[in-house]
Design a protein. Structure first.
Length: 158
């Protein structure tokens, strides 16, 4: 597949859809200064090329009772391929892990964990995260306040 580099109009489409993924083609075409057919064709091309990876609803986690966030540093006993692969696979099965990043530095993984409260977090940490394959130690950093949590790319970067 040929790699497509988005032009100015494509970037305007990406900005508009990132701000409102439910925007109609009629509204989108007006916002970017194209007629509907070429605008729809560009959207399809951006979807096919992977520049638009999907559409989703942003849920209000707090309103659904999941207001506790903690970041967990995980250090593994060994970082051999088999241990990393088993950890990666098993971490994907824990629904409270919102994101899992393998990192370089003084520890091996950084997890973002979302739970109902500290008691729920303690159960997840003890019963699930601590039982992940190869875990030697964890360090937890409960979030006191979320100052910035961007969804998607900053429009300046697009």
């Amino acid at each position: 597949m040929t790699v497509h580099s988005p032009d100015r109009i494509d970037r305007n489409i990406l900005r508009a859809l990132q701000a409102d993924g439910r925007m109609s083609i009629t509204d989108l075409s007006a916002a970017v200064g194209l007629s509907k057919t070429p605008c729809a064709e560009r959207v399809k091309r951006l979807e096919k090329s992977g520049h638009i990876a999907g559409y989703h609803a942003e849920l209000g986690a707090d309103r659904l009772g999941f207001s506790h966030i903690a970041f967990v540093q995980v250090t593994l006993e060994r970082t051999t391929t088999d241990v990393l692969d088993r950890f990666n696979l098993a971490s994907k099965r824990i629904p409270e892990i919102e994101s899992c990043h393998m990192v370089a530095g003084g520890f091996d993984y950084l997890l973002k964990v979302r739970t109902r409260d500290m008691a729920h977090f303690r159960r997840v940490l003890g019963d699930a995260i601590g039982a992940l394959p190869g875990v030697a130690s964890t360090h937890t950093y409960p979030v006191m306040e979320t100052v910035l949590d961007k969804k998607g790319l900053d429009p300046v970067l697009i």
